[in-house]
Design a protein around this ligand. Structure first.
Ligand code: CP
Length: 328
């Protein structure tokens, strides 16, 4: 078991070895048991994590803020519209200064072709770990909670579990690709047989597909791509029907366009869930665009584990902080 984490950035799980991710999961399970037993877990007394948000959040903000409190530390919520970054202060100056005042900097920055570069620039200058709370490419805090939830429901050996990541129609906002990219890269590392399904226009880039296939080859999993949603639902053990934006094909920030409207039929319905394995799991990172992405009878139905998945955001966020801000 890998035990040395202090100061390690958490920007993408691609920079964490499987051994490191396994330790992260082990710590998450321990922290979840402690939470259930109401046992104190003050592993980070008097430590500060800065929580910089360029965008809205419910799960990520609250799992980090509640999480650091439960670890004995404090989280400073920073709305970046009230910080000098909104007047053009550069990532270097923000990173150096915050890292002299606290013990980690967490940041959500999903602006296309800006967010991930911003986080990496902060990591270049920060003396403390940078934690990615979602950027334009990756959402590792969501990926690790998804993996933990699948393991809890299906056992820690996830080899050849059939997981389908399926595009779905939504109009709430043009969502980042960071969730499907993270899932496509992570799940094959755990031996899963991943199906990626989307209509034309919503492709993930070649480098993601190539890396996902490499990850699959190394770990006994697989990755297939289809444009037929029924095919993706058929016999699946786990489905993630979720919208993502057409960023790689069309970087416009416009939410509704002809490509989106042509694909209104990409929705998770009871009929499609009936194609999946009998005891399949319906999962969603949330927030869901109810009625567009999924019907209520599925998201509130017997296959749905969305609230367990969301709760696991707390336990995994605490594990990331406990290991990178404290630990050895
Ligand atoms: N899944 C997720 O990151 O939720 P929030 O956007 O509410 O943080």
């Amino acid at each position: 078991m890998k035990t040395i984490f202090r100061g390690k950035d958490f920007i993408t799980l691609e920079s964490w070895t499987k051994e490191e991710i396994d330790t992260l999961l082990d710590v998450s399970y321990e922290l979840k048991k402690d939470f259930a037993m109401d046992r104190p877990t003050h592993y980070l007394p008097n430590k500060t994590v800065f929580l910089m948000f360029f965008e809205q959040s419910t799960r990520t903000r609250n799992s980090m803020e509640a999480g650091i409190t439960q670890l004995g530390g404090h989280g400073h919520f920073l709305d970046t519209s009230t910080m000098q970054v909104s007047h053009g202060e550069v990532a270097k100056d923000t990173a150096v200064i915050l890292s002299r005042m606290g013990h980690a900097i967490a940041c959500r920055h999903c602006i296309w072709e800006v967010g991930n570069k911003y986080l990496n620039e902060m990591a270049r200058w920060s003396h403390v770990p940078i934690i990615n709370m979602q950027d334009d490419l990756y959402h590792p805090l969501q990926g690790i909670a998804d993996l933990m939830t699948i393991q809890e429901k299906r056992g820690r050996n996830t080899k050849n579990i059939k997981v389908s990541v399926i595009w779905a129609y939504a109009t709430t906002h043009k969502k980042p690709v960071s969730v499907p990219v993270t899932q496509a890269l992570l799940f094959p590392r755990y031996g899963m047989d991943v199906t990626l399904a989307y209509p034309e226009g919503y492709e993930l880039p070649d480098w993601v597909i190539e890396k996902a296939r490499e990850n699959a080859l190394e770990n006994g999993g697989s990755l297939r791509i289809t444009h037929d949603q029924e095919e993706a639902y058929r016999d699946a053990d786990v489905v993630f029907p979720k919208n993502w934006g057409s960023w790689f094909k069309n970087p416009s920030t416009e939410v509704v366009d002809d490509t989106l409207e042509a694909n209104r039929q990409w929705k998770c319905t009871e009929e499609r869930m009936n194609l999946t394995a009998r005891d399949s799991l319906y999962m969603h990172a949330l927030p869901a665009d109810r009625k567009n992405e999924v019907v209520d009878s599925v998201i509130d139905g017997p296959h749905s584990v969305i609230y367990d998945e969301a709760e696991n955001r707390l336990h995994t966020a605490k594990a990331v902080m406990a290991l990178t801000m404290g630990g050895r």
